[in-house]
Design a protein. Sequence first.
Length: 148
Amino acid sequence: MDELEIEFVVDAQLARDSIFLGDMPLCRLLLINDQQFPWFVLVPRRAEVFELYHLSLEDRAVMMAESCDLSAALADGYNATKMNVAALGNVVKQLHIHHIVRYDTDMAWPAPVWGRQSLLPYSASEIVAVRAKVAALLEGTLSFVPMV
């Protein structure tokens, strides 16, 4: 199949574990469906991209800018002790970058959040609140288009 014919699709595992929040110029923004941590994921809307170096130089620069701007907005908006930003890909091969707001009082601190406990899904009203908060935090800075 020609590269131009391959469509971007969010990995099935990511889709199961997350809530679609909206799109930035390059990346799709997802919320991991776990109310225990403000945990967001950026996925570049490019097909068959598994590593950062698979992106063009232009896309790498855009992804880095989106990641840094998202981290700053989340750190300020959620009063983070620390932002954990990571691209592992050991379970989900598709390139995606985790942005996890951490507090020195959270249940996993100072260890990583994954693999520590089961996900605790958001309620419908909590999802509405997170969507509104994130849209307000990103308004005007990242060309963020919230999910309609």
